[in-house]
Write a protein that binds this ligand. Structure first.
Ligand code: GDD
Length: 403
């Protein structure tokens, strides 16, 4: 891959947020001596280097009731060396969608010799593993893992660690283009190659999202949710640096990846607030802006966020306007309720949500549920209880299909 080196970054304490990097070539060819120049404006990353990182990566595919053809297309796009972890929350009644998913995915794994794990979000063995490991907040009143994409991502990250992977990436299961999925994963690998650190995150900004407008294709750059979220996050960063900024372009990046060490050490917001909260929480934890008492460990590491602009258009299932409003409110709520949020920005958020008719007179923006970092749980107990071997034997639906 040939990719622009980041030209600018914002530094807050131990956190660096790099500006958007453009991709110039999806495949820059094999390893050659001139490929190694760190100081180049555009860097070539050899295919072998990407493969080496893919070998250490798990890709988590969250699923809830998606069409099998779409899920299969996503699996087709994930490079072979990656371990795939499908975390599904599809219904089992009246039709057992999970059974159908397992069957289709097992077939796919047989044909491709690919390593794929399929786990149901409501598997009682996984819930018991969380309970025994002391991570109870993720369990609902029925003592199973709660609904939500973030909850599935948390499960996936733990499985990636159990399977010994160094990086974990996420791709939604409702993507129409396998080529786009393939590109996202290669960009995750490129980001980790450039920012080789134990605490690193790569976020994708879609180049475009095609829509039909007046009978023609229109390639929109920003969705409503990302436009709003990025603006508010940039206002937050600018408030603390004292300089207006446009550095954040990926406030809602569903497509992102991070080192497993980082995934274990950050808090998570529920549902669709998860991606925006990454920024808010990392600013709180690593930004050096809040008092952390004697606990200064977090300030001694360098935490890097890269943002990469993909080239393929992003086309996924359209799920309606109400969903977008919910996503905006959930995202903005994580900023609104942060100790870092200045009063002026709170007011702006309230005004924006009132304008969208999301907040009525006198109503308050509800805080999102926050899950504390995974490093507080007893990982060994979790791994023991949810070990793939045990999962294989369990008849409750969790399977590991291995080539
Ligand atoms: N495991 C699991 N559990 N997966 C879920 C759940 C759940 O409860 N709910 C949704 N998913 C899966 C969906 O099947 C899909 O693959 C993915 O999570 C994203 O959910 P969508 O409902 O399709 O979200 P979206 O497409 O509107 O939004 C996506 O893009 C946004 C950026 O524009 C998401 O990735 C957002 O998180 C992201 O901010």
């Amino acid at each position: 891959m040939r990719i622009e080196s980041p030209r600018e970054f914002e530094r807050l304490g131990a956190l660096r947020i790099y500006g958007l990097q453009k991709v110039y070539e999806l495949d820059a060819g094999p390893e050659t001596p001139e490929n190694s120049g760190n100081a180049d404006v555009v860097r070539a990353i050899p295919t072998e280097a990407l493969h080496r990182i893919e070998n250490e990566m798990a890709i988590v595919v969250p699923v809830r009731n998606e069409r099998l053809k779409l899920i299969e297309g996503v699996l087709v796009g994930i490079p072979h060396p990656c371990l795939v972890i499908v975390v599904t929350n599809s219904p089992r009644e009246p039709i057992d969608k999970f059974y159908l998913e397992q069957e289709a995915i097992s077939n796919f794994a047989r044909f491709t010799q690919k390593k794929i794990m399929v786990v149901h979000q409501k598997d009682p063995h996984v819930a018991a593993a969380f309970a025994e490991a002391g991570y109870l907040d993720i369990l609902g009143p029925d003592e199973l893992v709660r609904n939500g994409k973030a909850e599935g991502m948390i499960m996936g990250s733990l499985l990636a660690k159990m399977m010994g992977r160094k990086y974990v990436g996420f791709v939604d299961s409702d993507n129409y283009f396998p080529g786009a999925v393939n590109e996202y994963v290669k960009e995750y690998a490129a980001g980790f190659h450039i920012n080789d650190s134990d605490f690193s995150m790569v976020r994708i900004s879609w180049h475009s999202k095609p829509k039909v407008v007046e009978n023609s294709l229109y390639f929109a750059k920003w969705g409503r949710s990302s436009r709003q979220t990025n603006q508010v996050l940039n206002r937050l960063v600018g408030h603390h640096t004292g300089f207006e900024t446009e550095i954040v372009k990926t406030g809602n990046a569903g497509e992102h990846a991070l080192s497993v060490d980082l995934a274990m050490s950050i808090d998570y917001a529920t549902g669709y607030a998860v991606e925006t909260f990454h920024y808010v929480h990392m600013l709180e934890k690593f930004g050096g802006l809040l008092e952390h008492g004697d606990d200064t460990d977090d300030m001694h590491r360098l935490v890097k966020i890269s943002q990469i602009e993909s080239r393929n258009p992003h086309l996924h299932e359209v799920k309606g306007d109400e969903h977008v409003d919910d996503m905006i409110a959930a995202s903005l709520s994580t900023v609104y309720h942060s100790r870092l949020c200045p009063e002026s920005l709170r007011q702006e958020i309230e005004e924006e949500l009132a304008r969208r008719d999301y907040l009525k007179e006198g109503e308050q923006l509800a805080p999102m549920r926050i899950y504390k970092s995974l490093d507080r749980m007893n990982f060994d107990v979790f791994a023991d209880r949810a070990a793939p071997a045990a999962i294989l034997e369990a008849r409750t639906g969790v399977t590991v299909s291995q080539a």
